[in-house]
Design a binder for this molecule. Structure first.
Ligand SMILES: Cc1cc2nc3c(=O)[nH]c(=O)nc-3n(C[C@H](O)[C@H](O)[C@H](O)COP(=O)(O)OP(=O)(O)OC[C@H]3O[C@@H](n4cnc5c(N)ncnc54)[C@H](O)[C@@H]3O)c2cc1C
Length: 540
């Protein structure tokens, strides 16, 4: 190797997990290299809604919103469905409170995201209905990030400067037409970052203040360097050795952008990568090269439903969150039939996984979101404002039969489904799949002006439109870790000096999952715990 630089801790990846790990290590007085493969910081986290789930937290307690470890654990176990690694789940819930306090103490601007109930409220035992377990970043201005002001990935999904709690407070995404436009314009002018961009920005701002994290952008790594069974650093592709006296923390995200690994572990046709292009599974590659174990969640609810942004078909837009749950949109399969409660993307994710063994294909793929012109007039279609013309790439026709022919699905089947759906809408209830039951989804994407059911409107006004639905999401497999985020080897022993957090680690803390905010939440908690372990345990 031509050159060598030495740090206490090296963190690979600058999403929520990596940023949390780097800041935590720096706050312990360690020198840190935060190495990002992309030219921009933030990974999939920057594109996300940026909320994270921390139960029994001090912010809620300060507002007299009660919670406790046992209740939170009972709820989380219900969500995990028996497929979690119990000690990892317990560590997430137990340590979350302390980790949140520590980041607030460091100056990271965070607040409760009230109005975002637990996903399984009220059906889940000890679920909360008011958002007391949901935390979000406070907005931050680009200018506050100095040399990194323009180095955070831009989101495909989020309206610039609008936090998730803002949108819920303004009546949800389905009330986009009434959001305060002057205020929005001012936020854009002021370079206000929100949601995932703000979360990354908040961490980076404190790293810059502390001055002990060297942020390296666009640096590609060949692999891990070991000595006597201990990881002692990484080698970059240009041959530089980045030595880590105390440990390497892999926070490289998942493998959503690696077609071969997606095929191997997920196996869906028409997969889309919802995260950054550089999420190619490097943690799996680097870890397994030195004997790390890989774990996979057999039933994965942490998948998302997306579609390509018109004009940029490779850019994932989450219609599972901001499309299907709004009134007047339905999802249909090739037979033109609905197959789940479109307002709860997890219902749909489970339905997408059904396999037709006689015909040797997925029962509900390919699938389409169908909506009508009234929907387009009233709600945003991806980043198009309500009432704007639909992008020319979006399939449309003046009749349902014509639309079905264009997209290659059964026309009479679609017409029958829509007729039945519209009859249900008139009664204010979805007799087949029960749209409108989830408090989370109603607050997020219901139209509060529809008194009968805020998530039901007919599909009846021509032209009719269709968007293809594709799977993507938080992948099922990652490196096996223990409650300190240490990577476990194939022999069951921890690999000294190696940690993994975020989607680089297997989602062992949440089993079947998915509670919104648990992905970033666990990434932040285990990122912190990894840094803490690396910083406080003597190196043998
Ligand atoms: C629309 C949408 C909204 C979402 N909203 C939420 C939400 O509100 N709450 C929640 O909990 N989850 C949410 N999620 C899921 C969540 O965004 C991700 O699961 C999470 O952000 C992953 O964080 P991470 O730090 O593990 O990975 P990422 O944020 O993806 O970061 C990984 C980083 O590692 C870099 N990298 C890869 N390989 C290397 C390498 N070899 N060396 C250096 N760097 C490397 C990548 O370039 C990337 O920057 C959402 C997802 C979507 C699609």
């Amino acid at each position: 190797m031509s050159a060598k630089e030495t740090f206490d801790v090296i963190v690979l990846g600058s999403g929520g997990a990596g940023c949390a790990a780097a800041l935590a290590a720096s706050s312990l007085g360690l020198t840190v290299a935060l190495v990002e493969k992309d030219q921009l910081l933030g990974g999939g986290t920057a594109d996300s809604l940026g909320t994270f789930w921390i139960a029994n937290n001090s912010m809620a307690q300060a507002q007299s919103l009660a919670d406790d470890f046992e209740s939170a654990l009972t709820y989380a176990k219900f969500v995990a469905g028996g497929q979690e690694v119990p000690e990892n789940l317990e560590a997430y819930i137990r340590e979350g409170r302390r980790v949140l306090d520590a980041f607030v103490e460091m100056g990271v601007g965070l607040q409760l995201a009230l109005g975002l109930p637990d996903y399984f409220y009220p059906s889940g035992p000890h679920s909360c209905g008011d958002g007391r377990r949901m935390v979000e970043p406070k907005s931050i201005r680009r200018q506050d990030l100095g040399a990194f002001a323009n180095s955070i990935r831009r989101s495909n999904h989020n309206v610039q400067g609008v936090a998730w709690s803002d949108s819920v407070g303004w009546g949800g995404f389905a009330n986009r037409r009434n959001w305060p436009s002057a205020e929005l314009e001012e936020r854009v002018r002021d370079g206000v970052l929100s949601c995932g961009e703000a979360l990354v920005g908040q961490f980076v701002a404190q790293m810059l203040k502390q001055g002990k994290v060297q942020i390296l952008l666009g640096v590609k790594t060949k692999g891990l360097v070991t000595k006597e069974h201990r990881v002692i650093g990484v080698e970059t592709v240009d041959g530089t050795m980045l030595e880590a006296r105390r440990g390497v923390i892999l926070a490289t995200g998942g493998y959503e952008g690696n077609a071969e690994l997606v095929q191997r572990f997920e196996g869906f046709p028409e997969w889309m990568n919802p995260f950054g292009p550089e999420n190619t599974g490097d943690a799996l590659t680097f870890g397994t090269q030195i004997g790390a174990s890989v774990a996979r969640i057999g039933i994965n609810n942490s998948l998302f439903i997306g579609t390509g942004v018109p004009g940029r078909p490779e850019a994932f837009f989450s219609v599972g969150l901001r499309g299907l749950p709004m009134p007047g949109a339905i999802a249909v399969n090739q037979r033109g039939e609905r197959f789940g409660d479109e307002t709860q993307f997890q219902d749909m994710v489970m339905a997408f996984q059904q396999y037709d063994r006689r015909n040797r294909k997925f029962l509900n793929l390919p699938a389409f979101m169908i909506f009508d012109d009234q929907f387009r007039q009233r709600y945003p279609v991806m980043d198009a404002m309500p009432g704007q013309p639909a992008h020319p790439d979006i399939a449309r026709a003046d009749t349902l039969l014509g639309l079905a022919e264009k997209i290659g699905i059964d026309g009479p089947g679609l017409a029958k489904t829509v007729a039945q759906f519209n009859a249900d809408v008139a009664q204010g209830q979805d007799s087949v799949f029960g749209r409108g039951r989830s408090a989370f989804s109603r607050n997020n994407a219901g139209d509060q002006e529809l008194k009968l059911n805020p998530q039901l409107a007919p599909v009846q006004t021509a032209p009719f439109y269709a968007l293809p639905l594709k799977m993507g999401g938080v992948c099922s497999a990652g490196l096996l870790t223990d409650p300190h985020a240490r990577v476990v080897g194939a022999d069951g022993q921890v690999i000294e000096g190696l940690y993994a957090c975020g989607n680089a680690a297997a989602p062992t803390f949440l089993g079947v999952g998915y509670q919104g905010g648990s992905s970033i939440g666990a990434g932040i908690v285990f990122g912190y715990l990894a840094a803490e372990h690396a910083g406080t345990h003597s190196v043998s």
